[in-house]
Write a protein that binds this ligand. Structure first.
Ligand code: ZN
Ligand code: ZN
Ligand code: ZN
Ligand code: ZN
Ligand code: ZN
Ligand code: ZN
Length: 514
């Protein structure tokens, strides 16, 4: 098998992880590639050429290293002498000088190359008091931010506040500073911080019942527009006001449709496809959000209200947001098979060879999805477990779903003949996660990439995206707990992964890897 390349926390052997940069430009930089490198340095006054100078060993944290003196002279590290065979920790920016000052030795600055990891993560310290919701006085849960004051609350707490304000038909005031709230939306950046706090101090976690209660109140999925029409109408209307009121109003603000008209406390959602507004209406049995991405889309709502067009307001055509079963597809989405055109071609030929159409195959797999025959762990949609063929989704989520289904279609192809030359290809070690497939056409063609990673990725994933994995694990544990509750006679000491819901062996393989 051939070595591909993958996002791994282990540094590849051939990558430069640090450099020694000479202060004297006549000398060249020394690149460190190996975990342990003996530096044979040129020393200005030496006539005998290179000599063994020191050994630099990378530390696991990849932000420091150990320098061991291998010369017979002392080495100065940031002005501190390190004697023969002694060692010192060096960090990015450390200055290293062999031998006493003023004897003409070259001084080097040690520099660590930024890794993908270090570029991604920086440490921030935070007073948890700043991460508390002023309504419930706990650390935020599913944090939302109110604008323009930018105060933060739990989604559940603020939703309840919003509901009460609407009952009173008053404008929504920020519970913290009493400013009129014009927008509120989930804050994904702070959400990550909220999760980090819980990881750092689990004692701050609330009980499962509390969380369940909060979640049941939480109604903010996509940004809500709360500005009231009343306050706008009080003012003198100027042309800019007219533009503003157009921006923040919807067809039902002016006219009653389907027995409903907006009032001054109506909360509006902005459609992510056309930019138009619609009233946010809970419990009317119409999806206003895509379950795959939690974004608001207006098509299904206006369809249900019998509003098909408006001269004043943007409206979506029903095509943009409709149930999965009602959608049709004629081309493999560009997202499919991690955007690997070669694999997309093979899938296309497989389908043709079977005398079928893409639409047929996708319909088959949607049926399997409905029967819950497919492991949804890797389904790239938000509420993967809730999705059925009757779920309306946006076009983007539909493409993601089809791509996911085509992966399973290809995986199960192992049992059916692939076009002959493709059937003989070996799996790439890094499977679908291989990055080489995107920039090396020869590699993309030579190896199969519609397969699970067998190396690198799972390890790397654990290190790299630990939380993601533990979340997946948690979800599985939860599922298993539910199962074992239903089957009280089942011995609970069995290997939990082995019994995980899925029926087919391929899925079990996936689970074992975790
Ligand atoms: Zn590969
Ligand atoms: Zn709260
Ligand atoms: Zn505020
Ligand atoms: Zn309206
Ligand atoms: Zn979507
Ligand atoms: Zn729309």
């Amino acid at each position: 098998m051939e070595k591909g390349e993958s996002s791994t926390a282990e540094l590849p052997e051939d990558e430069v992880w640090a450099k020694l940069i000479p202060m004297d430009s006549r000398y060249s930089e020394i690149e460190l590639r190996l975990k342990e490198t003996v530096i044979c340095s040129e020393v200005k006054n030496s006539s005998s050429g290179k000599q063994e100078w020191c050994k630099i060993t990378r530390n696991v944290d990849i932000v420091s290293a150990v320098m061991q003196n291998k010369s017979s002279k002392e080495i100065l590290v940031d002005e501190t002498a390190v004697q023969d065979e002694d060692a010192a920790v060096i960090k990015c920016g450390s200055e290293i000088l062999l031998g006493p000052r003023d004897e003409g030795y070259v001084k080097y600055r040690f520099e660590i190359m930024p890794t993908e990891e270090s570029r991604r993560y920086i440490q921030v310290s935070l007073d948890v008091e700043y991460a508390k919701c002023c309504i419930c006085l706990n650390i935020w849960h599913d944090v939302v931010t109110a604008a323009p004051c930018l105060h933060n609350f739990c989604n559940g707490c603020f939703s309840e506040w919003l509901r009460r304000s609407q009952e009173r038909r008053s404008s929504v005031l920020c519970p913290q500073c009493r400013a009129v709230v014009q927008f509120v939306g989930r804050n994904h950046f702070l959400h990550n911080i909220e999760e980090d706090i819980m990881l750092a101090d689990p004692s701050l976690k609330r009980s499962t019942e509390d969380i369940a209660l909060l979640n049941s109140c939480a109604s903010i999925k996509s940004p809500l527009v709360l500005s009231s029409r009343k306050s706008r109408r009080k003012r003198e209307r100027s042309p800019s006001d007219a533009a503003e009121s157009w921006e923040h109003s919807c067809p039902q603000c002016d006219t009653e449709f389907g027995g409903f008209q907006c009032n001054e406390s109506t909360v509006h959602l902005q459609c992510q496809a056309c930019g138009g507004m619609m009233p946010s209406r809970l419990n009317i049995g119409v999806q206003q959000h895509c379950l795959g991405c939690d974004r608001a889309f207006c098509a299904a709502y206006w369809h249900s209200q019998g509003v098909n067009r408006s001269n004043l307001h943007p409206l979506c055509s029903p095509e943009t947001f409709k149930p999965i079963a009602e959608r049709t597809i004629s081309r493999i989405p560009s997202l499919a098979h991690e955007k690997n055109h070669y694999e997309q071609n093979i899938t296309e030929r497989c389908i043709r060879q079977m005398g079928r159409s893409l639409q047929d195959v996708v319909a088959d797999w949607i049926l399997k999805l409905d029967k819950r025959e497919i492991d949804r762990t890797r389904m790239p949609l938000n509420h993967a477990e809730m999705i059925t063929s009757r779920t309306p989704t946006c076009s983007e989520c539909y493409d993601k779903l089809v791509s996911f289904l085509l992966y399973w279609y290809r995986i199960t192809m192992i049992r059916h003949p692939l076009p002959s030359e493709e059937a003989q290809r070996e799996d790439c070690w890094y499977g679908y996660a291989c990055r080489t497939q995107h920039h090396n056409p020869e590699h993309a063609q030579k190896r199969n990439h519609v397969c699970r990673p067998t190396r690198g990725v799972y390890n790397a994933k654990l290190l790299y995206d630990n939380r993601q994995v533990s979340r997946v694990k948690e979800a599985k544990y939860e599922k298993i707990n539910k199962m074992t509750k239903n089957y009280a006679h089942v011995d609970c000491t069995f290997d939990v992964w082995a019994v995980c819901s899925s029926v087919n062996e391929a899925q079990e393989n996936d689970l074992e890897k975790f």
